[in-house]
Design a protein around this ligand. Structure first.
Ligand code: ARG
Length: 461
């Protein structure tokens, strides 16, 4: 029954069959398995290891199988263990002996590693395009709010005024690094294991470079033992995904806070929120909450794969079959989260007056007052001290610094003059931060334009 049953004196236990089968989850590799098999068969034929006749049969059979898989009519069987044996058995049913010759100079060990790499390469490309789309959405919002003032926080306490555009651009930076990491990991994913066979390579005069070119790989895995046994490329992807999810999770946390009535800084479009079945007034930010929650499972998958790998002796061990569910779930979670996020960010509305009010509370221009005194000649530490006393006095009177009369301010330093009120405004504060990477609206607009030019597919104009 099994492709390998010749060695055995009794059929495999039913429980073992179900326990060891992977077809319920690895069938999603089918189209990549077929592509890999076709490239392998064409190479075998061009090297005279397989007849052209057999190749034609294999191509004909694989076309039928591919169409059946695509249409959802392929009949997967747990008795046939995994995606590879299911497809090979069906091929043999369809085209006879040619199907049985396909596995020449190959093992499922190099086959599965090839399939996963092909699948992951495509998945990374999808993530890269979704990350670009999300950055596009954030850039549009940042551009419209390059001068919208909000409180910048440290320790979740109002610290200094920043612009909302500047705050969003921090996330654009994070997501750009996520894309860089994925693109870098892709180079190591994009290597061909086929030809490593079970573990030691093969004696057939195959041409691995030909197969690599046919499948769009940048080169071959150089060592056959490494080719079939390491899954570091999958772990790397999970690490990249964990970081990207962590960035999404931080943004989620902020959206949730900003949307709460206590902040009231933003609103998410109704189509991205859900209600409560008991409290009629509620509009809940379920999407960001779920993204924040799903970050936990992605982090968990990374640890699962690291743990899966850590004690395996070379070369292939069946442990590696356990790489797939965490890897697939990581990819599905990241893809879904990125896709919903880009759309959601396009539906954010901003309550600029609420942001400005919050920025005006909490003495957010105190540093600006200290800098003003420094410009008038006071050493920074003394200026800090004078402003701290002014803040204490204003707080006791329930006023903001800008609401203290000139005489009151001069009591803390005789260097204060009437021009002080210009630096105590929120607009004056943000406009003064013109350093590269600073929050001044002009800097934010320049940062948006540069980030747009770096987006994939940008024309540079
Ligand atoms: N389903 C297996 C996996 O995912 C394919 C490789 C099986 N190789 C073996 N020697 N049993 O790892």
């Amino acid at each position: 029954m099994q492709a390998w049953s010749g060695r055995f004196s009794e059929p495999v236990d039913e429980r073992v069959k179900r326990f060891t089968a992977s077809v319920l989850f690895d069938q999603r590799l089918a189209s990549f398995d077929i592509a890999g098999s076709l490239a392998h068969a064409r190479m075998l034929a061009s090297r005279g290891i397989l007849s052209l006749d057999d190749l034609a049969h294999i191509e004909r059979g694989m076309a039928i199988i591919a169409a059946d898989v695509e249409a959802g009519r392929f009949r997967w069987s747990v008795d046939l263990e995994d995606v590879h044996l299911n497809i090979e058995r069906r091929l043999t049913e369809l085209v006879g002996d040619a199907g049985k010759r396909l596995h020449t100079a190959r093992s499922r060990n190099d086959q599965v590693a090839t399939d996963v790499r092909l699948w992951l390469r495509e998945t990374i490309d999808r993530c890269l395009s979704l990350l670009a789309d999300l950055r596009g959405a954030l850039l549009d919002l940042a551009e419209s709010h390059a001068a919208t003032i909000m409180p910048g926080f440290t320790h979740l306490q109002v610290a200094q005024p920043v612009t909302f555009g500047h705050h969003l651009m921090a996330y654009v930076e994070m997501f750009e690094r996520d894309a860089e990491r994925l693109a870098d990991a892709r180079r190591r994913v994009n290597r061909l294991p086929l030809g490593a066979a079970a573990l030691a390579g093969t004696g057939y005069p195959i041409d691995r470079e030909q197969v690599a070119r046919a499948l769009g790989f940048e080169g071959i895995c150089r060592n056959s033992l490494d080719a079939v046994s390491d899954r570091d490329f999958a772990i790397e992807f999970c690490a990249c995904a964990a970081l990207a999810m962590t960035h999404l999770s931080r943004l989620s946390e902020e959206l949730i806070l900003w949307m709460s009535p206590r902040f009231g800084f933003i609103d998410l479009a109704d189509r991205f929120c859900t209600g409560s079945s008991i409290m009629p007034q509620k509009k809940n930010p379920d999407v960001p909450e779920l993204v924040r929650g799903k970050t936990g499972r992605v982090n968990g998958h990374l640890v699962a794969l690291l743990t899966l790998m850590k004690a395996q002796p070379l070369a292939y061990n069946k442990d590696n079959q356990e790489d797939k569910e965490p890897l697939f779930d990581t990819a599905d979670t990241l893809v879904d989260s990125l896709a919903v996020y880009a759309a959601m960010m396009r539906g954010v509305t901003v309550n600029a007056p609420a942001m400005a009010r919050a920025a005006a509370e909490g003495f957010s221009t105190a540093t600006d007052l200290a800098d003003y005194l420094v410009r008038k000649g006071l050493p920074f530490r003394e200026a800090h001290e004078a402003v701290a006393r002014a803040v204490r006095a204003a707080q006791a009177q329930g006023r903001d610094l800008a609401e203290l009369p000139l005489d009151a301010l001069r009591a803390f330093s005789p260097l204060v003059e009437a021009d002080v009120y210009a630096v105590l405004t929120l607009e004056g504060s943000v406009a003064s931060r013109t350093v590269a990477g600073g929050t001044a609206p002009a800097q934010v607009r320049a940062a948006v334009a540069e980030a747009r030019r770096r987006l994939p597919g940008a024309t540079g104009g």
